[in-house]
Design a protein around this ligand. Structure first.
Ligand SMILES: [Zn+2]
Ligand SMILES: [Zn+2]
Length: 337
């Protein structure tokens, strides 16, 4: 029997269930070592409109690191049993025009780990080997956050198209946003990097790491205008605030999980100043490989990324912490003893 977290709106339970009997072709069974929680998991817990193909109850966990313990048929030889891996949270269909056109990350029919298929808040998970990256020598808690908190941050930064020495502001510099700042500094030490956060203690954390930081509700104008603003704040008014604080031709990269419509403010501002709005959802395998390499080489230090840690048996407490969002929180990680 294995442990697996089940979520329905307002309820988190740790179940004892039968493990998957067989590992399908091209898949591996992974013993989970660590699994990060993110805003999407909180939305699942609070009750969100489910995407096509997904329904409650859900078995969450899409930031997963562990060890390959069994290979299905046709799983290749790249990731033998015993390999420490991080899982990319999207399994592409391999057959649609996006997949065939070289953009499996934009697959319309793909499945999300922890949404369409049982995720990593469990003792084990079964997932395609083509969506795994080997991470030898990396702390599994750090490997776990690579999957979404860091890889999605890389994708957001790429979409920001920051010029050399450019000014970037991250709204909601928490779990994902903090990594946007860190990756931006690695890519260009001369970039001017600013974070907007909810609490004074988070601002202190960012300033301690060498970034400009201000608390939400503060006047941004002394800090801007910005070449790009990346929004992971989850605040419905943040996109319009961003539009008012971009330079002409600047880019808003929108990555918040929000129900309802996106409010951008005055239409003429976007049109007359030729602003760009780009969405960011997840990442590609290349993104995940790139950030895994940065972490393994030591260039990217993830030691401050995991601020709260719970064993799987205390998953309910982990969700409660995620909902309360204590000051200074970056990532909540559940570990499997
Ligand atoms: Zn996520
Ligand atoms: Zn596809």
């Amino acid at each position: 029997m294995i442990d697996r977290v089940e979520v329905t709106p307002g309820r988190v339970r740790v179940l004892r269930v039968e493990p998957a009997a067989d590992v399908p072709p091209g898949h591996a069974r992974v013993a989970v070592a660590a699994c990060g929680l993110c805003g999407t998991d909180l939305h699942l817990f609070e009750g969100m409109t489910m995407p096509p193909g997904a329904a409650y109850p859900v078995y969450p966990g899409h930031e997963v690191a562990g060890t390959v313990v069994e290979l299905g048929p046709e799983a290749g030889e790249d990731l033998p049993v015993g390999t420490p891996v991080v899982l990319h949270p999207l399994a592409d269909c391999g057959a649609c025009s996006h997949c065939l056109g070289g953009h499996p990350d934009q697959c319309a029919g793909g499945e999300v780990l922890g949404l369409h298929r049982p995720g990593g808040l469990a003792s084990e998970v079964v997932w395609p080997v083509s969506r795994m990256v080997a991470v030898p020598g990396l702390d599994p808690r750090h490997a776990a956050v690579l999957a979404d908190a860091v890889a999605t941050a890389k994708r957001a930064l790429d979409k920001a198209q920051l010029p050399d020495g450019g000014a970037l502001c991250v709204f909601g510099a928490g779990g994902v946003g903090t990594h946007v700042l860190e990756l931006a500094r690695l890519a260009d030490p001369t970039a001017r990097l600013t974070g907007m956060v909810r609490s004074a203690s988070s601002a202190v954390r960012l300033r301690g790491a060498g970034y400009e930081a201000f608390v939400r509700g503060t006047d941004l104008r002394p800090y801007g205008p910005f070449d790009a603003i990346v929004d992971f704040s989850g605040d419905p008014v943040a996109p319009a605030l961003a539009m008012r604080n971009l330079r002409p031709g600047g880019t808003l990269v929108f990555g918040s999980v929000l129900e309802g419509d996106l409010a951008l403010g005055a239409a003429q501002r976007l049109q007359a100043r030729e602003l760009v709005v780009a969405g960011v959802y997840s990442s590609s395998m290349q993104d995940l490989r790139a950030v895994a390499e940065l972490a393994r080489s030591g260039a990217l230090d993830l030691s401050g990324s995991v601020t709260h840690e719970f064993p799987l048996a205390d998953a309910r407490e982990a969700f409660r912490t995620l909902a309360v969002r204590p000051p200074g929180m970056v990532r909540v990680v559940v570990t499997v003893p």
